[in-house]
Ligand binder design. Structure first.
Ligand SMILES: NC(=O)c1ccc[n+]([C@@H]2O[C@H](COP(=O)([O-])OP(=O)(O)OC[C@H]3O[C@@H](n4cnc5c(N)ncnc54)[C@H](O)[C@@H]3O)[C@@H](O)[C@H]2O)c1
Length: 302
């Protein structure tokens, strides 16, 4: 997708931080914007800011973990705009910090539910609609540096974000034939309101092993006040969409750490001399299976 003029972008978490940054930058580039966010007052405020810039903006109050509500939101978008979005940005996310050994089921269920479940719901809701529209499109999901490396103080978050990266790699392979590009963003630190995320935690996930109070929120704010400006991040995302970049990581400070991490993984691979015959057989078996699988698995069905 080279030009945002005339596109329709559906941005989850669009009422704040990285989502609102994209709404502004994509809107200025000529796209119509739908922001979907769980906080009504934040949606209203964000719509005011977007419309003040003469951006065509529409708001939907949506909990991205609610599949029925997500489908209704998609129907509403099609009713209002005459078709599904051409850009889906899965940006909404929440975080909470605490030692991995204290993690409760509620910590996992809430954090994985929003950060991974919300992305799954966005894709399952919109991908068939985007394909059916026959228009080229783009899906971008906001993961995290935490998704590229485990972290003991934010384990459910890191696990969910790792899965988002992997999921986007799969969608990227699968959707290329429909002219739908797919990118994943791995930010390190964004100037945003994510420190306040614990306030959005539903009561049904109330049993936390973590500390979530005014002091923990203030501590997180001390990091995020120095984060990348959301509009600067959105500019990098826009460039990534235009280039159909697989990964968008506009953070020079993470290169050395990533290189070290992935070198450790690659260095763990056994040398070919350790099992040359077995390796050859396995590679051949996979290649044969790939060559003959499309009829069996309905790969060309659409
Ligand atoms: N802030 C950072 O340093 C940082 C770093 C790496 C990745 N990220 C990721 O960036 C994305 C955007 O976060 P941000 O930093 O701009 O934070 P933010 O809190 O400013 O924005 C996130 C938005 O998501 C919304 N949201 C939360 N739960 C929701 C739900 N269930 N349904 C719909 N909307 C919901 C919130 O209301 C909020 O408006 C997230 O996925 C986050 O994990 C942030």
């Amino acid at each position: 997708m080279k030009d945002l003029q005339g596109q329709l972008a559906f941005i989850t978490g669009g009422a704040s931080g990285a989502g609102l940054g994209q709404a502004k930058v994509f809107g200025r580039a000529g796209a119509s914007i739908v922001i979907a966010d769980i906080r009504k007052e934040a949606v209203d405020r964000a719509l005011g800011e977007l419309r003040a810039e003469s951006i065509t903006a529409y708001g939907i109050v949506l909990d991205i973990t609610d599949r029925a509500a997500y489908a209704a939101a998609a129907d509403e978008v099609e009713r209002v705009f005459g078709g599904p979005p051409t850009i889906l940005s899965n940006t909404a996310g929440v975080n909470s910090f605490g030692p991995i050994e204290n993690s409760s089921y509620d910590d996992f269920d809430w954090i994985v539910g929003v950060n991974l479940g919300g992305v799954i719901n966005g894709c399952v809701t919109f991908v068939p609609r985007m394909i059916a529209s026959g228009r080229p499109g783009h899906i971008v999901s906001v993961s995290s540096m935490g998704g590229l490396q485990g972290t003991a103080m934010a384990a459910p978050y890191a696990a969910a974000k790792a899965a988002v990266i992997n999921l986007m790699e799969s969608y990227r392979q699968g959707l290329e034939k429909y002219g739908i590009g797919v990118s994943v963003v791995c930010p390190a630190n964004i100037k945003s309101n994510i420190a306040e995320a614990s306030k959005l935690r539903p009561a049904r996930f109330g049993m936390s092993g973590y500390v979530e109070n005014a002091q923990s929120i203030a501590s997180l704010h001390s990091i995020h006040q120095h984060g990348l400006d959301p509009e600067a991040l959105a500019e990098a995302i826009l460039t990534g969409i235009k280039d159909n970049a697989a990964y968008i990581i506009p953070y020079p400070e993470v290169r050395d750490e990533l290189e070290k991490h992935f070198k450790e993984i690659v260095d763990s691979v056994a040398p070919l001399e350790s099992d040359p015959d077995g390796a050859r057989l396995r590679v051949e078996a996979l290649a044969n299976w790939r060559a003959g699988r499309s009829k069996v698995f309905n790969e060309e069905a659409n």
